[in-house]
Structure formats: structure tokens, C-alpha cells
Design a protein around this ligand. Structure first.
Ligand SMILES: Nc1ncnc2c1ncn2[C@@H]1O[C@H](COP(=O)(O)OP(=O)(O)O)[C@@H](O)[C@H]1O
Ligand SMILES: [Mg+2]
Length: 1013
């Protein structure tokens, strides 16, 4: 376990200066540190090889070459050129650098003895590219070769006029003496005639340019600087390039000119609003890549650094004005590309920022990394920015406390959001800022990047990004930060103590979202989810239990999402995707204007909708929502009513009674009831207990929602209102179609979050989830009461509300009908089917024909008889055979006593007395089976009828015969020796009549008697 702070192991300064970790080419060229601090990786060495190769080919073929130096901002483009400069000028330190010596040795044969004129052109001060290049050349020449004649690259009408006057005043001899000597045509051949020729030529002519060069090096040398800085002083770039090429070779004897054009993109981006200027200048860049052949002159090799297009990271509409980057890209074919890879960064970071203080510190730093790296594999993926390979692990070791994902993102973010400061500057700033807090073994939290961005005076790369960045900062400072301070009890304080870990955790979450909004295409931030936010800030989100960070982040995100439309969640409940969209529309104002939509009635409706969703009920708009539950294989009607239980007007006493026979009723109290508390509801129900005793009703009390959830509810009502139909267009008519779309998406996301949160609170209110203070206000003393005496009901924790409703209904039914047969012993939730009952009837018929009342059941019907006939006590199953039982006949005969016949109505009553709660068709099954088993005839209105189908039984039908002798059995008949059961006689007679086409008059009566005899 590593104790102590990171700064004990690594030297961390107390402050960072603005220009730290940005290399200014002009300064870097001379500085000793350029070489001493340089880190050469294999990739960097390869870049040098490529650059030298390019120069070699230019020299050998005497043709110009140009290369883009491609790399992220801060990837070392300027530093690379400074080192290249040193190598070309033969600096022994540079040539002998570790990792570079081999490359230099390889190129030495052709480098040796060659002279390069190195021209770092300083763009930022120049009005145009030509000025920068040509004046850069002039500056180099006058610095390196004082007194030598300068190339004639100026426009110079006035100058010639002045010179003419000077010649007139001084006379030719003196005038010529002031010009640099030894050069033609003003040197060896200089006399009055050649002066006449030079002055006489049309402006811009070759000899005149030479004269001017001479003048500026001689009598007019004081003007050299002023003339140089003016764009118009120069000739066109292609002319100028050939002039300097010739000059370098012919006048100064160089083998090649190497142009280093630093900060081209940055310079051009200053002309963001002037596309013509940008296009014009970019056009000039192409000249550098043109394959001009200079014959005997010195070839020009140009290096043009090019940073990545920030739009790649900011996910911006690329249709917005053509940018510098598109234009530079356009010349790709003419330029070589030397790519400085971001993979060099870990080594550079280690060397420049994180060098251990000594050998012990190095060991401790390694231990700190191991400690920080002891995280789950899933987290690793995020920290490594992908599946990762061993190389990433090593890189991580080098850059601890910065993860690879962190570094990667930092490079991208610095590139898009900072003009001047590089990733190294920002990393250093982070180290400095957390100098007193970052422990060895801890990781730098991702969200902290926002802090260093927001604090510096640096500006984003493009105007559009600047606007968004400002918006993000505003949103943070004026909305989220005050909210978080209040939430964590630090309201009113402007500065939450940094040690306030809860605040800090939430703060980092928000900042991670803000970064994702600004640069959504940075890989670590793409498709951000709660668990990724947690991983990126690993170690800074305090939880009681390890591994709970994603849950903690999800919680915070849900809260934030409910309060800020800008923050949107979607997808999985436990690991939602999250995004933050900043638009310049005051959504709060829209909601404020729609506040009137919030009233008690609407709130009740919204609660009902949410609760019904949780209960799995469909609201048909009626006061009572009836559903069917399957209990012991039988369908039962459950009537659910949601109402203020305490309120006698809204819920009169009769509402507590089931509306249909056999139904049960569940009265649910509202969890929202201004000015009352759950105890009022309980008192009313207690008062009704005697009067309603025995009613198949239960009352489900609710804990009341907390003030916060009521605020959510009110918010939801308003958001719902705004989202309905086309209302958004009415309430915010001034929005553009695009903005309206955004706003709609924001509101929708907020609605979803609010709904999820309220549903969770409702689950707590009705007792299936644990009570949480944040969700609930005053609590109900009882959760459920029944009017049925002796029945105590409980709601189980941890089940869904649908399950709880069903379970309560079952408990009530169990209590009401304790001995009810179970037609669904495996609890599959299937209701008995009519066809199954028919199967039973057929089996009973078959068994009744058997002397022993036994029937071998076909396999297909076995399950049905097992399920229905046995529990209903119609008979028993014996090794695949159904054997008729006698319980029901005996019971009925006992009830019937000496009555000769029994009506269906009586039978139904007797059965229900014996077995309360049987559904109608099942009860009628008993009637029919009894009739079959005891061989009774069916009579209605004095006429014998066919055995009716189960579904057709009616109260006024009568069974005649059978029983204990008092009820006369219809005697079985016999037709052609076939015994006909009494119940079938009527059917057989009819069959015979039909077959014989007998007129059913008196003959029918006779036949009937015959058959029945
Ligand atoms: N290979 C390297 N070794 C040491 N430091 C480097 C290296 N490459 C870049 N740096 C440092 O990184 C910072 C940014 O480099 P710079 O050349 O300014 O980047 P760019 O021009 O690409 O934006 C500078 O402080 C520079 O010294
Ligand atoms: Mg640079």
C-alpha cells in the first residue's frame, strides 16, 4: 500500500507558465534544451529518416519538395523541426543524440560537405504567406551573411525614385562605392552605364531587382526591416521562390534552402471569417509543393506542420464553411506526409513530466501504478481505451497517474479546445493543481480536464467551438454547480471544499459529460454510459462497497437528468447511456410558461398512468379497472379502484363492495393527497370494518410521496403538457425547427427520467420496495387491510407491483375459499377450458356404462382427468383408469331427502354450499356428472329433453328419477337389445322418429313409452 502524495515521487512544480510545453520554433532553434530534453522514440527516428530522405532526393534531383508534418497539437511538430534544424546545421549534440545517431550516420555520406540555408518562417506576425517566406529568407541572409547582397524580392518603385535622387546628389562614383562590392552587374561591371541600365529597366526587371538588393544591403539598409514587413513590398511567391533559390546558390553557395513554416493552420484560423483570404493563402501553400525544377539553383524543401482538424473531434457539421483543413488537405497529393504519432506521447510525458526523483522513487512510482491498476478487467477496457494489448499496459505504466484513455482524450481535447496550450501543458497544469491532493496510487480523474480547460485564458480553435465552450462553462457555473452545492449542503458557498468527496464525485461526473458534449467524437467519450463515466473517474467516486461506482453514477445521472433537460439518459436501467446537449434555448422558461397545466386532477391522472403501468393494468377510462386473475385454474375478476380512501365524496361506502358476484375488489389509496396523511385513510377503513365485514375487498394503503417526488410529479405534468401533440410549437413559437427538435428530445428524455423515478417511488409507496427517505414523506401505518375477519395480509419486498397485486388477490381468495380444488397444481396460470370439462363429461358417461363405474382413459385425456375430475371429487384415477366416486351423489341425495325431483337451481345451491367459490361451469359439471352417474332424465316444463350441454344448463331444468328411490329413476330402455341409459332415451326416440319419418303426434308418445319400458 503506497502512502503519501505523488509529488513525493515526481517533481511537480508549483505553477505552470503560459508558454510552458509549447515550442516556439524561433526560440527552440537556439535553445540548448531543445536537444537535451528531446526524446527520440523509434517512430520519431523514422520521421527523421523520412525528412532527411526527402531533402536528399531534392538535392540530388535539384527539384523542390514539400512535406506536411502531420500530428496532433502538441505532438512535437515544432520541436521536430527545431531538432531537424540542428542536424542540418551539423550540431554535434543533435547528431549524436541517443536514438538518432544511427539515422544521422545513414545519411551522413550525402550530408557531409553540403550546406543548407535554413529558413524558419514566422507566420503569426506576417500579413501573408509570401511575406513570411520571403522576408524570412531575407532575415536569415542578413543574419548569417551580413553585408552580402540580398535577393531582390521587393516591390520598389519609391525606392528606385529615392535612389535616383541619391545618385544625382552624390554622383556615380560615391553611389557605386556604397553598394556591396564584387557582384554583377553592380560590382565588377558597375559603372555609370550599368547603373543607367539598372535604373532604366521597367519596374520589376531582373537587373533592377539586383540593384534594389544592393541598395538595401548598402545605402538604404535602414529601410530593410520596414520594407520587409509589408506584403505589397514583395513579388509573387513563385517568382520569389525562384529568386531565393538562385540567390542561395549563386550568391551564397548553398546546396538547398529548407523552409520551416510553423503554425500555418493556427495563423490561417485567425482569418476564420474571411474565406477568400483563407483560400488565397492556402492556394499559395500549394506553390511549395509544385514540382519546380531550378536547374542549377538550390532546391527548396518546405516543411509544413499540420495539426488535426478539430472538427473531427467536435462532431461538427462539416458543411459549415470550408476550413483551412479542407484546403490543406486539397494539396495532399503534392505533399509528402511525415506523421508524428500520438504513441510517442507516453515516453515524452514520462520524460518531461513524470520523471521519478530517484531510484527509490521510481520503485515507489511503479508500486503506485500497480496499486492503481488493480482494477477489474472491464474497467481496464475503458482506461486503456479499448481491448488493449501489452503495449498499452507498458504505456500506462509510463504515464501513471494518467491512463491511456485519459491521455488520448487529452490530446484530442487540447487540439480542439486550445489554440496555444498543448496536451503537455494541460497535463502539467493538472499535476500542479492536484499537487496537494493526488495520492500515489490514485488515478487522475477524467472530469478534471474540464477544470484546466475552463481556467486557462486559452481559446478553442474555431469560433464555433468557442461559442460552445462558453455555453458549457455558463451552464456549469450558473446551473449545475449551484445545484450540486445545494445538494451537498454547501449552498451559498462559492467554493465547496475540494475535500468534499461527494460533491467532487458528482462534479467530476458532470464535467465528464460537459467534455463529451464539446468533443463527442473523442473515442473515450463516444457512446458514454454510466459505467464508462465511472471508469474514467475511477478512484474519485467514493462508494461504500467496491464496484458500486456505476450504480452511484447512475443515481447521480438520474437526479441530474430529472433536474436538467440538457442531460439525457437512455437505454438500460442500470447502465444508461448518457449525453449532454447544450443548446441556446431557455427550456426552463418554456416550462415556466406552461405551469398552469399542473393541477390536482392531472397529477392524479399521471399517478394513475404510472401506477397502472407498474401494475400491468390497462386503463379503460372507467372508475373501476377489472382484470382477470387465474387462481387455482379458475378465472377470477379483480376490480381495482384508485381513489383517496379518506374522501367520502370521491369514494362512497358502496365503492368498497365488489360490483359483481364472485369478484374481489382492491381499493388503492393515492400516495399523493394534499393536506392529509395516510392515517386519515386508515381511520376511515377501520371505521368501516364492522359494516363491511366479510366483503371480498382489500384496501391497499400508500405511503405518501416526498416533497422532492411531488416536485418531480409537477414537473412531469408540465413536461407532458408541453410534449403533447404540436403544443411545443404553440408554447415556444420562436424556435427554429432544429431547435424545436432538440428541445423536444430534451423534454422527452427528461420525461422518461421523471417517469422512471416516480415509478420507483410508487413501488416504495405501495410497499414492494424498501422505504427511502428521498422518495417518501409520511408513511402509512398499515399497508393492506381486508374486511374479511381473521385475514392478515402482507406485501412482500422485492416483487414487482403486478406480482404483489396478484399475490394479495390470491391470499384473499385462499381465505374465502379454503377448500377449493386446485385445477392448476403446477401454477401455470392456465384457466380450465370448456373442452376439458367436456372431456370429463365423456369420461363420466363412459364410466357410468360400466358396471364397476370404471373407464380406461385414453392417454390423451389422462392429464385432464387428473387435473379436473380428481380434485373435483367426481372420481379417482387408478392406474390409468377413471373410477366414479360417490361423494357428490350421496351429498345431493342427502340434501334432496324425499323430494322426487331436483331442479338445476337447487342442485347448484347445494353444490355451492358444499364447495363455495366454484365457477359456474365447474359447478354445472358436477350437476351434469351427477345426472349421468345416477341415470337421471332431464325435464323442462314437463317435457323430457336431451341432456343439455354444460353451457346450456338453466335453473328451471329438472332432473327426474335416480336417487334413493324417492326420486323415481327413468327406467332404462332397450332397443334391439341395446341398453339405453335413461338420460339418452329421449335422444334415441327422436333418432328413431327421424329415421322412420314418423309423425310426432300420438305415435311419438307411444314409441316413447315402448322404448322407456
Ligand atoms: N520528442 C520529444 N521529446 C521531448 N519533448 C517533446 C517531444 N516532442 C514534443 N515535446 C514537447 O512537447 C511540447 C509540445 O511540442 P510542440 O513541438 O510545441 O508541439 P506541436 O508543434 O506539435 O504543437 C513541447 O514542450 C515540446 O518540447
Ligand atoms: Mg507547434
Amino acid at each position: 500500500m503506497t502512502e503519501g502524495l505523488l509529488r513525493d515521487l515526481v517533481a511537480i512544480p508549483e505553477e505552470v507558465h503560459a508558454g510552458d510545453f509549447v515550442l516556439d520554433l524561433a526560440v527552440g532553434i537556439g535553445a540548448e534544451s531543445t536537444i537535451t530534453e528531446y526524446v527520440v522514440t523509434g517512430q520519431i527516428a523514422a520521421c527523421f529518416d523520412q525528412a532527411l530522405g526527402l531533402i536528399k532526393s531534392a538535392v540530388e534531383t535539384s527539384s523542390s519538395r514539400a512535406a506536411y508534418l502531420d500530428g496532433s497539437s502538441g505532438s512535437g511538430k515544432s520541436h521536430f523541426m527545431a531538432v531537424l534544424h540542428a542536424i542540418l546545421r551539423g550540431d554535434p549534440e543533435a547528431r549524436g543524440m541517443k536514438g538518432l545517431a544511427e539515422v544521422v550516420a545513414k545519411h551522413d555520406p550525402w550530408l557531409r560537405g553540403r550546406k543548407f540555408l535554413l529558413v524558419p518562417a514566422h507566420l503569426p506576425d506576417s500579413p501573408s504567406l509570401d511575406t513570411a517566406i520571403l522576408s524570412g529568407y531575407v532575415a536569415q541572409v542578413s543574419k548569417r551573411h551580413p553585408g552580402a547582397s540580398l535577393p531582390a524580392v521587393y516591390r520598389h518603385d519609391e525606392l528606385i525614385a529615392d535612389a535616383r535622387a541619391l545618385r544625382g546628389r552624390e554622383g556615380d562614383e560615391k553611389f557605386i562605392a556604397e553598394l556591396p562590392s564584387g557582384e554583377e552587374p553592380l560590382g565588377a561591371a558597375s559603372d555609370s552605364a550599368s547603373l543607367d541600365a539598372a535604373f532604366g529597366l521597367p519596374p520589376g526587371g531582373k537587373d533592377q531587382r539586383r540593384l534594389i538588393g544592393g541598395l538595401l544591403a548598402g545605402p538604404f539598409h535602414r529601410y530593410e526591416r520596414t520594407v520587409r514587413a509589408e506584403a505589397e513590398s514583395f513579388m509573387t511567391l513563385d517568382e520569389g521562390l525562384s529568386v531565393i533559390s538562385r540567390h542561395a546558390r549563386e550568391v551564397l553557395g548553398y546546396d538547398a534552402v529548407v523552409l520551416m513554416l510553423d503554425e500555418l493552420a493556427l495563423w490561417l484560423s485567425a482569418y476564420d471569417g474571411h474565406p477568400d483570404k483563407v483560400r488565397e493563402e492556402a492556394q499559395k501553400v500549394s506553390k511549395l509543393g509544385e514540382p519546380a525544377v531550378y536547374g542549377r539553383s538550390a532546391p527548396i524543401i518546405s516543411f509544413v506542420p499540420r495539426r488535426r482538424d478539430p472538427r473531427d473531434l467536435a462532431g461538427q457539421d462539416t458543411a459549415v464553411a470550408t476550413s483551412v483543413f479542407d484546403l490543406l488537405k486539397y494539396w495532399d497529393a503534392r505533399f509528402s506526409s511525415i506523421q508524428l504519432d500520438d504513441r510517442n506521447l507516453p515516453a515524452i510525458v514520462r520524460e518531461r513530466l513524470l520523471k521519478p526523483k530517484d531510484a527509490d522513487a521510481a520503485i515507489a512510482l511503479d508500486a503506485a501504478f500497480e496499486q492503481a491498476a488493480g482494477v477489474s478487467a472491464r474497467l481496464w477496457e475503458t482506461l486503456l481505451d479499448g481491448p488493449g494489448d501489452p503495449g498499452d499496459w507498458d504505456a500506462f505504466r509510463l504515464t501513471y497517474p494518467f491512463s491511456p484513455a485519459f491521455l488520448h482524450a487529452m490530446v484530442d481535447i487540447a487540439g480542439a479546445l486550445q489554440r496555444e496550450r498543448t496536451a503537455l501543458t494541460l497535463l502539467q497544469q493538472l499535476l500542479v493543481d492536484s499537487r496537494d491532493t493526488l495520492r500515489a496510487g490514485q488515478l487522475m480523474p477524467f472530469g478534471a480536464i474540464f477544470d484546466v480547460l475552463a481556467v486557462g485564458a486559452d481559446q478553442p480553435f474555431t469560433d464555433q467551438l468557442r461559442e460552445e465552450f462558453e455555453q458549457a462553462k455558463r451552464f456549469y457555473t450558473s446551473q449545475v454547480r449551484p445545484y450540486l452545492l445545494t445538494k451537498h449542503g454547501a449552498g451559498g458557498q462559492q467554493d465547496a471544499p475540494p475535500a468534499h468527496t461527494r460533491f467532487r464525485a458528482d462534479d467530476l461526473i458532470v464535467k465528464t459529460l460537459l467534455l463529451a458534449a464539446l468533443v463527442p467524437d473523442v473515442p473515450a467519450l463516444r457512446g458514454l454510459t454510466a459505467s464508462r463515466v465511472a471508469a474514467l473517474n475511477h478512484g474519485s467516486i467514493d462508494t461504500m462497497l467496491p464496484g458500486q461506482e456505476p450504480a452511484a453514477v447512475t443515481r447521480t445521472l438520474k437526479e441530474l437528468g430529472a433536474s436538467f433537460t440538457e442531460i439525457r439518459l437512455s437505454g438500460l436501467e442500470d447502465d444508461p447511456r448518457v449525453g449532454l446537449a447544450l443548446i441556446d434555448v431557455d427550456t426552463e422558461e418554456i416550462l415556466r410558461d406552461a405551469r398552469h397545466a399542473d393541477d390536482d386532477e392531472t397529477r392524479r391522472r399521471v399517478i394513475k398512468d404510472l401506477l397502472w403501468e407498474e401494475l400491468g393494468l390497462a386503463d379503460q377510462g372507467a372508475h373501476v379497472t377489472a382484470i382477470k386473475v387465474i387462481w387455482r385454474g379458475t378465472g377470477r375478476r379483480v376490480e381495482v379502484v384508485l381513489e383517496h380512501v379518506r374522501d367520502k365524496e370521491r369514494l362512497p361506502q358502496e365503492e368498497f363492495v365488489p360490483g359483481e358476484a364472485g369478484a374481489i375488489r382492491v381499493v388503492m389509496d393515492y400516495p399523493v393527497d394534499p393536506g392529509s396523511c395516510p392515517a386519515d385513510a386508515l381511520n376511515r377503513v377501520r371505521g368501516l370494518r364492522d359494516e363491511l365485514s366479510g366483503q371480498a375487498t382489500l384496501v391497499w394503503f400508500a405511503h405518501h410521496l416526498s416533497q422532492e417526488r411531488l416536485t418531480d410529479l409537477s414537473h412531469l405534468v408540465v413536461v407532458d403538457y408541453v410534449l403533447a401533440g404540436d403544443r411545443l410549437a404553440d408554447v415556444a413559437p420562436n424556435l427554429t425547427a432544429d431547435d424545436r427538435c432538440y428541445v423536444r428530445a430534451q423534454f422527452e428524455s427528461q420525461r422518461d427520467i421523471l417517469r422512471v423515478r416516480l415509478r420507483e417511488a410508487l413501488r416504495r409507496a405501495y410497499g414492494v420496495d424498501r422505504v427511502a427517505e428521498s422518495d417518501l414523506g409520511s408513511l402509512a401505518e398499515e399497508q393492506v387491510l381486508a374486511f374479511e375477519p381473521g385475514l392478515e395480509l402482507r406485501v412482500l419486498l422485492g416483487q414487482p407491483l403486478t406480482g404483489a397485486l396478484q399475490r394479495l388477490s390470491f391470499q384473499l381468495l385462499d381465505h374465502l375459499y379454503p377448500g377449493h380444488p386446485d385445477f392448476d397444481p403446477n401454477v401455470q396460470g392456465q384457466e380450465l377450458k370448456v373442452t376439458e370439462l367436456d372431456t370429463v363429461v365423456r369420461a363420466v358417461e363412459a364410466a357410468a356404462r360400466d358396471k364397476a363405474g370404471r373407464y380406461q382413459v385414453p392417454r390423451a385425456d389422462l392429464a385432464i382427468l387428473n387435473k379436473v375430475a380428481s380434485p373435483l371429487k367426481l372420481g379417482v384415477m387408478h392406474e390409468g383408469a377413471f373410477v366414479l366416486g360417490h361423494e357428490w351423489p350421496q351429498l345431493i341425495e342427502r340434501k334432496a331427502g324425499s323430494t322426487p325431483e331436483a331442479s338445476v337451481r337447487q342442485l347448484r345451491d347445494w353444490i355451492s354450499e358444499e364447495q363455495p367459490g366454484l365457477p359456474g361451469p365447474v359447478r354445472d359439471l358436477v350437476v351434469v356428472c351427477y345426472a349421468i352417474q345416477t341415470d337421471q332424465a332431464w325435464v323442462r316444463a314437463g317435457q323430457q329433453i336431451k341432456t343439455p350441454h354444460l353451457a346450456d344448463l338453466a335453473d328451471d331444468m329438472v332432473l327426474r328419477g335416480g336417487g334413493n328411490g324417492a326420486v323415481k329413476p327413468a327406467r332404462p330402455g332397450r332397443v334391439f337389445s341395446r341398453r339405453i341409459p335413461a338420460g339418452e332415451v329421449a335422444a334415441v326416440v327422436e333418432e328413431i322418429c327421424n329415421a322412420a319419418d314418423v309423425n310426432r303426434g300420438a305415435e311419438f308418445e307411444i314409441l316413447w313409452r315402448v322404448v322407456a319400458r
